[in-house]
Design a protein around this ligand. Structure first.
Ligand code: ATP
Ligand code: MG
Length: 131
């Protein structure tokens, strides 16, 4: 998911370009906006963390781009491509280093397991929307 900060800062094209050039195939893609309720559901795993309220408010503050990406070893390779959660600690050339503002406004989300990638793909896309 390309997050609201990166959308507002005009980075959606640059981020998609970097993802495609890294060898990921787009299987589904959508511009949408999360309600606070849906953002809270998406990040429910963090609902006891101190930053949860801020996270839900930010993630529902503007449009996002959701995508399903395919590649061998996709989860691990994508986490490498996006870099550390805090862009100040992300490696040079990673998406978060290039495009993120801060740990809270960090440009992009990546699934953390194959299991969660399936759950998150189903969260955004119906069977008719993936190819
Ligand atoms: P994501 O799940 O969005 O790909 P991540 O897996 O790198 O990020 P998580 O630990 O899952 O990191 O945290 C989810 C999101 O919550 C982060 O991307 C960030 O936007 C926000 N977040 C995490 N830690 C903090 C923090 N200390 N302060 C503010 N926001 C935070
Ligand atoms: Mg995460």
């Amino acid at each position: 998911m390309i997050k609201p900060d990166a959308m507002a800062n005009g980075h959606s094209g640059g981020i998609l370009d970097q993802i495609i050039k890294a060898g990921f195939h787009i299987r589904a893609l959508k511009l949408t906006k999360l309600s606070a309720e849906k953002a809270g559901e998406f990040y429910a795993v963090h609902n006891q963390r101190p930053f949860y309220g801020e996270l839900v408010e930010f993630m529902s503050s503007g449009p996002i781009i959701a995508a399903i990406l395919e590649k061998s070893n996709a989860v691990e390779d994508f986490r490498k491509l996006i870099g550390a959660t805090n862009p100040a600690q992300a490696e040079e050339g990673t998406i978060r280093k290039r495009f993120a503002e801060s740990i809270g406004r960090n440009a992009i989300h990546g699934s953390d397991s194959d299991e969660n990638a399936k759950i998150e793909g189903d969260f955004f896309f119906s069977g008719l929307e993936r190819f």
